[in-house]
Unconditional design. Sequence first.
Length: 285
Amino acid sequence: MPRHALVSMLLAIGLVPLAGASLADDFKPKAPETAFSGKLRPDILGISTESNAESARAIFDSLFKGRTDTKTDIQQHKFGGAGYVAALNFSLPAGSKQNGEMLSTSFSSPASANRAYFVARNLTFAPDQQPSKADMIKEIMGKYGVPTIVGDQHLYYIYRKGSIMSVGGKYKEATALEAIGKPLDPRVAVKLNGDTVRGSCVAVVKRAQTKAKQLGAMLTEAKGANCDGVLSVQLVPGTLADRVGIAQFTLLDVKQLVSAAAIDSAALAAGPSESAMPKGSAPKL
C-alpha cells in the first residue's frame, strides 16, 4: 500500500490524530517564542519552526506522493491526557540511479502549539547525479543568505536577536567555496561566543543531529547555547572532490525549544484549562 494511502487510512480510523484533535480537550495552546521572524524565517522544503505536525505532514505527503518505496515513522506521545504527533520521519532509499532522501521533524506538545523545533533533511545523491559544490553553495546562499561561518564542509547560519550573526567576514559564493573544505577558523569561533561562557552553537547543532530528538533530551544544551537558532548545511564530498555526495540540512530553533519546555512545564503544573472543564449547572429540582 502506498505510504500516503496508509497515512490517510490511519487518519480515518483515528490512529494518527491531527495535531489539534485532542488539544481542546486538555490544554489551551500557547505559541512558544522563536528565534525567527519576518523574512528571516528559514525553512527546509517549506517546513519552518512555525509549522505544526499537521501542516508538516501535508508537505511530506505531497513530496512523496505516489512513491511506494518510502518508509514512514510517525511517533505519537501523550501530554497529560492529550495524544499528539511528536515526530515525523520519512525516508526514500538511495540507489545507483536514484537519489536517497530522509526528512525528520520533531514537535513540541499541544500545550506549546505542537510547533517544530528541529527539522532535518539528508540528501544522498546517486553517483551520476552529484551536483557541484559551486552549484550547491549558490543555491544555499540564494535561499538562506550569507552564512555566519564556513568551513569543515559546513555552512553555518547562526541567529541571535532576530538576525544572522556576522563575525566580520562577508562571504561571497567564491569565498564560501574556497573556505568550505578548510577547518573552521578558531579566531572566528572565539568571536561567535564573545565574552560569554555559554556553549558553542556549532557544537550544539552537531550534537542535536546525533542524539535523541525529544525536547527534554535536548533542553540542557539548548539552555546553554550562545544563540537563538542555527541552520547548518553540510556538503560531503562525492566521487570527485568538486562534487557533493551527501547534503545534510539541519534547522534548530533553540529559543523555541527552551520556551516550549517552559510552557509545557507550566501547563502540566496547572492541569487542564478551564475551557476544557464541563460547563453544566445543577438542574432545578
